[in-house]
Design a protein around this ligand. Sequence first.
Ligand code: ADP
Ligand code: MG
Length: 233
Amino acid sequence: MITIKNLSRIFTSTEVQTRALSRVNLQINEGDFISIMGPSGCGKSTLLHIIGLLDDISEGSYALLGQEIFGLNEKERARIRKANIGFIFQNFNLIDELNVYDNIELPLIYNRIPPGERKVRIQKMAEKLSISHRLQHYPQQLSGGQQQRVAVARALINNPKIILADEPTGNLDSSNGNDVMELLTTLHAQGTTILMVTHSMHDAGFSQKIITMKDGEILTERKNQKTVDVFKS
Ligand code: ADP
Ligand code: MG
């Protein structure tokens, strides 16, 4: 599904060059649930942004669903992104001026889904995430846990093939964090491919594979022996 070869990302400003990623090789298969761990500044978010087509590659190659991304223009990348990728961020990244309904609706509008179908899909998704009674609220009127559920709803509303989550539980208490992890686990069981950056060993325990990074490089890649089974506990 994703093949990355010798990928580097160098940020250049007038004074300094930062090598955020250095010769990264990574293969992600359909149905994988992978965690990325590593100290702050090691390149985790940069890698996620590149995989999500939000950022450019400096060197190397990146193929998503069989298509080479390097060299595509922004319009083509946006089309692939909207059709295939859902993002979940640490800070939820909801639009404060829009209510919950409108926040979830945005990706559907981008993908030109007709209004009637939009309504049905939003109501169904809201029910699934237990936020039906909050659709007219604004993000600031919600708890962190509720905001992240709205963000998850927005990420899922177009049935993306891959979910990219950057420290999705980083701003949540453990109970709300566990809710989000259970959601991701359910999605994974239903076939969604998930790539998650996390600082939490507990959260990484939900994934099948753990990748550790350091100084822009992938250090280790190992199978997770004791995958947390949320359905048994
Ligand atoms: P992590 O998510 O692992 O904490 P990041 O991917 O955010 O790390 O950052 C990796 C390195 O790249 C850091 O040194 C960071 O300062 C640098 N970096 C990230 N984004 C930019 C940018 N837009 N411009 C310049 N440097 C950046
Ligand atoms: Mg980061």
